[in-house]
Ligand binder design. Structure first.
Ligand code: SMG
Ligand code: MG
Length: 382
């Protein structure tokens, strides 16, 4: 469903950007590398009716996608924030959150930056109106099932130990990262140790069609899905692979818009879609991806980008939409961080995460935690 009731326009006085460094509780290894500190940008929209918060989910290096933090930092200050401030001045009567994407549209790409800016404006608008983000986006449940994404470990035995810890905490679905040479044995170890738990794997683009035989070996594990086995642009190859595997293919990196989702479905390149607001340019485009998939009968789930409490709260709201029929990577704050930057860290309750009900994203920033994590700060005005 499209957004039922638009939000009121926001007049922006300034936009504050901060680069944060947040240490991870344990290293996170994927097919493209290991992270020990999350480098992320937090956005504060300083609006006449009060502040709004957003998060730009780029990583330190362009390994997951072409976006990266210092590129985001530059393009935001040089192009995107000035355009936003111009469009949202008192002279224009302010800017409705639903038109942020139109204002930023002339600038090609940089979707994670656009998503973070849009969320900050949306949060400011909804807080001023006293409306929770979940209600605004069309949430139909008050809590969402929580899955966890488990990085590649030293060996399959270490992976089994790590997964056991998350199952003890109550996570209802396990996703393990795989890469060539760390796929079949790792998956077999988890299946053997824990039986018929909901299990899926994520390759982060590490394979080519030449690996189809190896990937077909995963069929015997009855996985929920295999996520993004091939490169971002390999839509036709994904369709070829999908025809050869019994395991459903889910696309993550490839789905950068609702149009990309519609195209991938038309080509039968995927039968499940991972939705991340950052990757598609915002929560409003994420709702449109959801709508495309729901109309096509394609299940979706909410992906994660190691968000702080800001993005994590917003993801819980998004994951409460009716098409999100699979558990998402919407885990508790303490999955990644010893200390979150919000006053109400996201917690696990019986394997679920609560959809915030307070206005806007529904969490308050902890100013001391924010300040302690800040390594760079800039404020832009008209
Ligand atoms: O936030 O729980 C989370 C992370 C989930 O695995 C996760 N994200 O490809 O889906 C993915 C990755 C992208 C970030 S990897 C550094
Ligand atoms: Mg992924």
């Amino acid at each position: 469903m499209p957004i039922a009731q638009a939000a009121a326009p926001v007049v922006l006085d300034a936009v504050e950007l901060r680069i944060l460094h947040l240490p991870l509780v344990s290293p996170f290894t994927t097919s493209f590398g290991t992270e020990t500190v999350r480098e992320v940008i937090v956005v504060r929209a300083r609006a006449a009716g009060g502040d709004g918060w957003g998060e730009i989910v780029t990583q330190q290096a362009p390994l997951y996608s072409s976006e990266y933090t210092h590129g985001a930092w530059d393009v935001a200050q040089r192009f995107l924030v000035p355009a936003l401030l111009d469009a949202a001045s008192s002279a224009t009567g302010g800017l409705a959150p639903e038109t942020v994407a139109d204002v930023l549209e002339p600038f090609v790409g940089h979707r994670m930056v656009k998503a973070g800016l849009e969320l900050a404006v949306l949060d400011a608008a909804l807080r001023a109106e006293g409306r929770p983000l979940g209600e605004y986006l069309g949430a139909v449940v008050d809590r969402v099932p929580s899955g966890v994404s488990v990085g590649i470990q030293r060996d399959p035995a270490a992976l089994v130990d790590t997964v056991a810890g998350y199952l003890d905490q109550g996570y209802v679905r396990i996703k393990i990262k795989i890469k060539p040479g760390r796929d079949v044995a790792d998956t077999a170890a988890v299946r053997d140790a824990f039986g018929a738990i909901p299990l899926q794997v994520d390759a982060n683009s590490a394979y080519t069609l030449a690996d189809a035989e190896t990937l077909a070996e995963l069929d015997r594990f009855d996985l929920l899905l295999i996520e993004q086995p091939l490169q971002e642009d390999d839509i036709v190859d994904h369709a070829t692979l999908a025809a050869r595997l019994r395991t459903p293919i889910c696309l993550d990196e490839s789905i950068v818009s609702a149009k990309a989702a519609a195209d991938a479905l038309a080509l039968r390149a995927a039968s499940v879609i991972n939705i991340k607001a950052g990757r598609v340019g915002g929560y409003l485009e994420a709702v449109r991806v959801h709508d495309v998939c729901r109309a096509a009968g394609i299940p979706v789930w909410c992906g994660g980008m190691l968000e702080t409490g800001i993005g994590r709260a917003a993801n819980a709201a998004l994951a409460a939409l009716p098409g999100f029929t699979l558990p998402g990577d919407v885990s508790a704050s303490d999955r990644f961080y010893a200390r979150d930057i919000v006053r109400e860290p996201i917690v696990l309750d019986d394997g679920h995460v609560r959809v915030p009900t307070a206005p806007g994203i529904g969490v308050e920033i902890d100013p001391v935690a924010l300040e302690d994590a800040t390594v760079a700060r800039v404020e832009l005005r008209r």
